[in-house]
Ligand binder design. Structure first.
Ligand SMILES: CC(C)(COP(=O)(O)OP(=O)(O)OC[C@H]1O[C@@H](n2cnc3c(N)ncnc32)[C@H](O)[C@@H]1OP(=O)(O)O)[C@@H](O)C(=O)NCCC(=O)NCCS
Length: 215
């Protein structure tokens, strides 16, 4: 189907996955190699802020060819079911607002982590909340997720506010579970959770019968 990508390389993974999600203001979609320049602009603008929270940006010198390779790699990982990163765009605009994704998927147990970042200057409009709300719904309804986690530093106030805004429950704080790449300090990790109790029929039913999502 036009709105789906063919996957199914990992045990327990659906054979087809919608590659786009539409919300009131946003389009979320599977990365493409031609997104490289937009990703590059967003990273140049945001890398300093992101490096406090993400290992992959710490000390990184952002180069155009690396950004293009990252977009391509993100697409490959999406198709392979290793990580479903969605690039976020405001409807009608080619400007990349940020990224929200389903990471560390365990397709057999239907477990996913959600992570997100916004380009500097795009905070404070509710875009991340809108994107993560849509991803949460997507994971439960389209991927038959049973457990979703959002992990962040408890001192990262905007990041920790988001799951609480969406009704995720703070399940635990993992003491000194992450090392800050800038300072070298060991930091706590807050684990926010949403679970769905599935019926036996749902648990054994097919999740392949997706109706396509609008791009
Ligand atoms: C985490 C991060 C995405 C949060 O950004 P954010 O802009 O605060 O989040 P949202 O886009 O959901 O916006 C929420 C804010 O917009 C406001 N807002 C404005 N219009 C809104 C709308 N229509 N709907 C919802 N909120 C709206 C909210 O009141 C809130 O502001 P407040 O915190 O002052 O109350 C951003 O800080 C970031 O990229 N951080 C670096 C990466 C990171 O730490 N990621 C987390 C690790 S998983």
């Amino acid at each position: 189907m036009a709105n789906e990508v063919i996957t199914g390389m990992l045990p327990g993974m659906p054979r087809r996955i919608p590659h786009g999600i539409e919300t009131e203001r946003l389009n979320l979609r599977c990365p493409r190699v031609e997104d490289g320049p937009e990703l590059h602009d967003a990273l140049v603008e945001s890398v300093q802020r992101l490096s406090s929270w993400f290992a992959w940006t710490a000390g990184a010198e952002v180069k155009p060819e690396q950004s293009t390779a990252s977009a391509q790699f993100a697409r490959w990982r999406f198709l392979a079911g290793r990580e479903l990163q969605f690039f976020i765009f405001r409807k009608g605009s080619p400007r990349l607002l940020g990224v929200a994704g389903l990471c560390n998927p365990d397709w057999s147990r239907r477990y996913f982590e959600i992570s997100y970042w916004l380009r500097t200057g795009c905070e404070g409009y509710g875009y991340a909340t809108e994107a993560v709300a849509a991803l949460t719904d997507f994971a439960f309804r389209r991927l038959a997720a049973r457990r979703l986690e959002i992990r962040c530093d408890p001192d990262n106030k905007p990041a920790a506010a988001l799951p609480q805004r969406l009704g995720y429950r703070l399940e635990q704080i993992l003491p000194r579970a992450r090392r800050n790449h800038d300072s070298g300090q060991w930091r706590d990790v807050a684990v926010f959770v949403k679970v769905k109790n599935v019926t036996a029929a749902e648990a054994h039913g097919s999740v392949d019968d997706f109706s396509p999502l609008v791009r």
